[in-house]
Write a protein that binds this ligand. Structure first.
Ligand SMILES: O=C(O)CCC(=O)C(=O)O
Ligand SMILES: [Fe+2]
Length: 231
């Protein structure tokens, strides 16, 4: 499901932890995004531990229900749930719980901040929870097909407390200029975020030794999604 901002409650910035994102912070992430195509950062100060814990509780509850579905790859008639490519399960956020509203308030500030600096014309975002069980992975891919102008910037927020290097499950990021070159690994620690250009930066999720929770978001240039079938 995709969220239209106009439909969202406007009260999210009043929430106790609804921090206002600093302009200088937005300057830095916009500069890194345009220079390197990706960055990773810690957003615990912006979101707060309480909100991160609430989001983690939501995914832990969803995981016990049928709401969490096996993820697929591709669009329209190419859509497949190929377990050799990705093995996570996902549930779309609908922005209706207080925790999701607060997160959406933050994402909206990032959207507006990036538009002001990089003129990307980001119209909206969509976000899903993802759950990887031990051994699950997502093979190397990019998040958008070139020229589709759909998903433009990807943001992944990790929700895992006390992640250790031996737990694996890093996001491995490849250089957009020379895609065989690994240019970074991000540990899926609570409050850590990976931000990258959706069309340009190949990445993969390495298998984890324990359950791995995240929220994957995409800032999109289209106002209305292209129909998923018949394209
Ligand atoms: O969870 C991650 O680190 C990245 C997930 C991802 O690449 C995706 O959902 O497209
Ligand atoms: Fe991805």
């Amino acid at each position: 499901m995709t969220i239209a901002f106009a439909d969202l409650p406007t009260s999210h910035n009043d929430a106790p932890d609804g921090a206002v994102v600093e302009e200088t912070w937005l300057d830095t992430i916009a500069a890194d995004l345009s220079e390197r195509g990706w960055l990773n950062l810690d957003v615990r100060d912006y979101l707060g531990r309480a909100l991160l814990a609430e989001l983690r509780q939501e995914v832990e509850i969803l995981e016990k229900t049928a709401a969490m579905e096996r993820a697929g790859v591709g669009r329209g008639s190419d859509f497949t749930r190929d377990r050799s490519v990705r093995r996570d399960r996902i549930a779309w956020l609908n922005g209706q719980t207080p925790a999701q509203q607060q997160l959406f308030g933050f994402l909206e500030q990032v959207r507006v901040g990036l538009n002001r600096r990089l003129f990307l014309g980001l119209q909206r975002f969509e976000a899903h929870y993802a759950s990887y069980q031990p051994g699950d992975f997502y093979r190397r891919h990019v998040d958008s097909f070139r020229g589709r102008a759909s998903r433009v910037v990807s943001l992944v927020l990790y929700l895992n407390e006390g992640w250790r290097p031996e737990d694996g499950g890093e996001l491995q990021v490849f250089n957009r200029e020379s895609p065989e070159e690994i240019c970074g690994r991000v540990q899926p620690d609570e409050g850590r975020v990976a931000l990258f250009m959706s069309e340009e930066v190949p990445h993969e999720v390495l298998p984890a030794a324990r359950t791995r929770h995240s929220i994957a978001c995409w800032f999109r240039q289209d106002v209305v999604p292209v129909p998923l079938t018949g394209v």
